[in-house]
Design a protein around this ligand. Sequence first.
Ligand code: GLN
Length: 275
Amino acid sequence: MTIMEALRRGEAQLGAKGVEDPRFNADLMLGAVLALARDRLYLERERALGPEEERRFSDLLSRRGAGEPLQYILGSQEFMGLNFCVDRRVLIPRPETECLAVQFLAAVPAAETVKVLDLCTGSGVLALTAAVYRPGARVTGTDLSADALAVARLNARRLQASVDWRQGDFLDPVRGESWDWILCNPPYVTFREYEATAPEIRFEPKEALVGGEDGLDFYRRLASEVRAFLKPGGRLLLEIGWQQAAAVCALLNQRGLKTEVFRDLARKDRVILAR
Ligand code: GLN
């Protein structure tokens, strides 16, 4: 079988399983098997696959056909121009979360020496974006999941960035300390939304997604405690579900924090800045 034949077969197989953009998926998975960039696949389209290559491609097609997200199969996801390793131990970083990173970078000058905390760091995307693009920052990342932190550490090594990783529940690992910036993309999906979402989401850690009955559990905990963790003039950047802006602003306003809401590229409320 040639590369071109394999791609056609892959496209048909994934299409039949209802995978969106089946050709794009097939391209990237065959590219991963052959360690070829997408344009090389097409330049070498008449090249024949070896039996081992065919077998590995067919394994990946079955996994994708069974609903496993492409990012877990390829083992990576880009975020803010950086390449991050991801697997089932961490949430797949979403493009919406870049909106939070952009607000942070816009507010913090390049040479600034700030103390930054990324709560619920997962794969470490926010902590590492801060550490890579703001080398003067001292960055701490926390997560309840030791498994997630192992992925974050791996990403830090690959990006040659230094972050102080700490394992523990929410603010527990950093009690007694204060920060110029706290970044947080907490689990905020409601039970009902989780049940109603496409089955692919079940490959991701549920505890990274679901924020309780109304999705607001983490915001309530954060609002009640966060002031003690902010230096004077310190700021909090929070990702929210697009329908949660009013509720989360109210929680923060009750604690005397001023809030501002930013929208993502789809013009949905996505990030709250509190000070
Ligand atoms: N901070 C990580 C991200 O933004 C993980 C967030 C989470 O697991 N809730 O992708």
